[in-house]
Design a protein around this ligand. Structure first.
Ligand SMILES: C[C@](O)(C(=O)O)[C@H](CC(=O)O)C(=O)O
Length: 300
């Protein structure tokens, strides 16, 4: 039997009631490989992490479609059987750009994307003073996304994100999500949920549509474990800072140590061979052997 596509796999996971899909946030080849090796069933490509790692910039809407698509494509193809949910920010422009974004993400092998209602010069959902487009304009973004999927003849899970809670309140945020679901979006994402009661409420109000929880450590939402999020009714949970946080902490400490002592911190991961194994050394050698190349016949 043929392996199901990552989109089919994700749809199957989302169909199961009382189950939550856990997605660690990754933003490059190494963090994605580490998460895959740990056995997660899906990955999340964080826009904030991609912007920080590829551009050295904050999550303020400076990254472009091509940069995000390229990163998502690389990550999605490391293990094509594992669904990758990728951040698509605002769709990077008007309806034509949203159309292009969805088409490009589908071609890149992305299993799901989320599309939000901030203005194009957006910011991380956990920062202050977010500016939104009108509900009508958001719904035309949504229509463009749904139509692009239809026109492609292929599938992708479309996640409707609203950032309206912070400025317009719960009812308007809910109305945006309901409107998006009516137009064909598959999953709802209420950014910046402020309490457990509100979390339970949104899952209830949108039932049977699966709802995503964005677990941003130090953000505006309560810190929920996977089990707590599941108990509140969420069906998907993303951890955007899963890798970014530890990398920041560990590399800062290593930088300070090298600066102060003149010696690098000794890696607990062993030498280069061990690290290369994480990013596919054995598989690469097997490819060479199978093609009769013999470049590495004596080992590396
Ligand atoms: C989910 C998110 O869009 C991301 O880029 O990962 C961000 C997370 C973050 O900035 O920490 C968000 O806007 O919540």
């Amino acid at each position: 039997m043929a392996t199901p596509s990552p989109v089919t796999r994700l749809r199957e996971l989302l169909k199961v009631e009382n189950r939550i899909v856990v997605c660690p946030g990754v933003y490059d080849g190494l963090t994605a490989r580490i998460a895959l090796q740990a056995g997660f069933e899906a990955l999340y490509m964080t826009g904030a992490g991609t912007t920080a790692s590829k551009l050295g910039q904050p999550d303020l809407g400076v990254i472009t479609l091509n940069e995000m698509r390229e990163n998502a494509e690389m990550i999605a193809n490391l293990d094509p059987s594992t669904p990758v949910i990728a951040d698509a920010d605002t769709g990077f422009g008007g309806s034509l750009m949203v159309h292009r974004t969805v088409t490009e993400y589908i071609r890149a092998g992305v299993a799901a994307l989320h599309l939000e209602d901030q203005q194009t010069t957006k910011r991380c959902g956990h920062l202050r003073n977010k500016q939104l487009v009108s509900e009508n304009e958001y719904l035309s973004r949504v229509r463009a996304a749904v139509n692009a999927r239809k026109l492609s003849g292929r599938d992708i899970v479309l996640i409707a994100r609203t950032d309206a809670l912070a400025t317009l309140g719960y009812d308007q945020a809910l109305s945006r999500l309901k409107g998006a679901i009516e137009l064909g979006m598959d999953v709802a994402f209420l950014e910046g949920v402020t309490s457990q009661d509100q979390a339970r409420q949104v899952c209830k109000d949108l039932k049977p549509t699966p709802v995503l929880f964005n677990a941003v450590a130090g953000g505006v939402s309560p810190d929920l474990s996977v089990a707590e999020a599941q108990e509140l009714g969420f069906r998907l949970i993303i951890f955007p800072g899963f890798a970014l946080g530890p990398v920041y902490g560990a590399v800062s400490a290593a930088a300070q140590h090298l600066k102060e002592t003149g010696s690098p911190l000794v890696s607990e991961q062993g030498g280069p061979r061990e690290l290369f194994n994480v990013v596919g050394l054995r598989e690469a050698l097997a490819v060479d052997m199978a093609s009769g190349g013999g470049n590495f016949a004596g080992g590396v």
